[in-house]
Design a protein around this ligand. Structure first.
Ligand code: DOR
Ligand code: ZN
Length: 421
């Protein structure tokens, strides 16, 4: 195993020094035989951890596979991703989660941790085999029907009760389905102007409010996916102040883009939950800094051309995000490295109970890290993405920061900005 000496690297924004990687861990002592990496001007972050990725395998390998999604993740600076359960077949059994887990190991580019479905077939009728998935080789701890809301309150309560035994988490896609029937975009001034059916903020806020009460009642852990409104932030703030065991994520796109973009009718901007108003974006940014929103998660949602490049009404919701997440967050937060490490690596690893990731990069820690060039700027070119899908809303946009290298347990997965395998 090659050793690496990262010369003159700034670890999470601290003063430049040398960082030695040997035998898969951060090491000290002699750098004899180590390959020298000139890391002057580069910042080392603990490898990013994404709690919300759609890898599409099994079933839609034309849009993404575990391997192509893993490569996109590594290029984005990630060392671990959690794969959402809305595959085909749905990841609602030990068999499917073990398959995804094994494919992730085989690709060997990031640690792929499957998320299990809460309900059979994501149909919201009957609990999936949560226990069997938890005790499977994949060791599932997070369950989600993402793409769908667990709308039935009794089922949500049962799910929270069930996972409490092993300190599992229910990750909710908060969308009251009766309030979003036929919805095409955020309900507001722009939807009125365009004559498109709206997805009201209250459809998200009502479910979060209900679920924090259920989580409080049961004493179980709730995670709220892709929070998108200022009102949701207020619900979360109150719940956290009361000590409810709730965590929440925001996507890069909800931190940057607004519903005005829907006026282009370009389906690349169609996403669920939809892009909201500038006031929502501002509230989400503040909540992320404050910690009311705990983490950034990509909701990387690759879609094949025929599912995306069609009329707005028929296009699938979702955008790819793994390869642009850190640049977008950098553009939003600026070079607040400790905050970025906290929101994109340490806290997601802690929420998921993922050991070896999101560490302090101290001697002896597994060498899961990424090297960023903060002075570089990059124009996003969809053709250059490693993801099998091209549905990025940032095509032609200049974003700060370039991921130069990523290491998974001391082995480079990305070097010189290129995937190693
Ligand atoms: O935009 C979205 N795309 N939101 C979801 O909840 C699901 C996801 C997908 O699977 O494409
Ligand atoms: Zn979702």
């Amino acid at each position: 195993m090659t050793a690496y000496l990262l010369r003159g690297v700034s670890v999470v924004g601290a003063a430049p020094r040398d960082l030695l990687i040997r035998d898969g861990v951060i090491a000290d002592g002699s750098a004899d035989g180590a390959e020298i990496v000139d890391a002057a001007g580069l910042v080392a972050l603990p490898g990013l951890v994404d709690l919300h990725t759609h890898l599409r395998e099994p079933g839609r390998e034309d849009a993404e596979t575990v391997e192509t999604g893993s490569r996109a993740a590594a290029l984005g600076g990630y060392t671990a991703v959690f794969a959402m359960a809305n595959t085909s077949p749905v990841a609602d059994t030990a068999g499917v989660v073990e398959q995804v887990w094994r494919l992730g190991r085989e690709a060997g580019l990031v640690d792929v941790q499957p998320i299990g479905a809460v309900t059979v077939g994501l149909a919201g009728k009957q609990l999936a085999e949560l226990g069997a998935m938890a005790t499977s080789a994949a060791g599932v701890r997070i369950f989600s029907d993402d793409g769908h809301c667990v709308a039935d309150p009794r089922l949500m309560r049962r799910a929270l009760e069930y996972v409490k035994a092993f300190d599992g988490i229910i990750a909710q896609h908060a969308e009251e389905p009766r309030l979003t029937e036929g919805a095409q975009m955020h309900e507001g001034e722009v939807s009125t102007r365009l004559g498109l059916t709206g997805w009201p903020a209250v459809a998200e806020e009502a479910i979060i409010a209900r679920d924090v009460l259920l989580a409080e009642h049961v004493g179980s852990r709730l995670h709220v996916c892709h929070v998108s409104t200022a009102g949701s932030v207020e619900v979360l703030r109150q719940a956290k102040a009361r000590g409810v065991r709730v965590t929440a994520e925001v996507t890069p796109h909800h931190l940057l883009l607004t519903d005005e973009l829907a006026a282009s009718y370009d389906p690349v901007y169609k996403v669920n939950p939809p892009l909201r108003t500038a006031a929502d974006v501002q509230a989400l940014r503040e909540a992320l800094v404050e910690g009311v929103i705990d983490i950034v998660a990509t909701d990387h949602a690759p879609h094949a051309v025929e599912d995306k490049e069609c009329e707005w009404a028929y296009a699938r919701p979702g955008m790819v995000g793994l390869e642009t997440a850190l640049p977008v967050v950098l553009s939003v937060l600026g070079e607040r490295w400790d905050l970025i490490a906290e929101r994109m690596s340490r806290t997601p690893a802690r929420i998921a109970g993922l050991t070896g990731h999101g560490t302090g990069l101290a001697v002896g820690d597994p060498a899961n890290l990424t090297l960023v060039d903060p002075s570089a700027r990059r124009v996003v070119d969809p053709a250059e993405l490693a993801s099998r899908s091209r549905n990025t809303p940032y095509a032609g946009t200049t974003l700060p920061g370039r991921i130069v290298a990523t290491f998974l347990r001391g082995e480079p997965t990305v070097l010189d900005g290129k995937a190693v395998k």
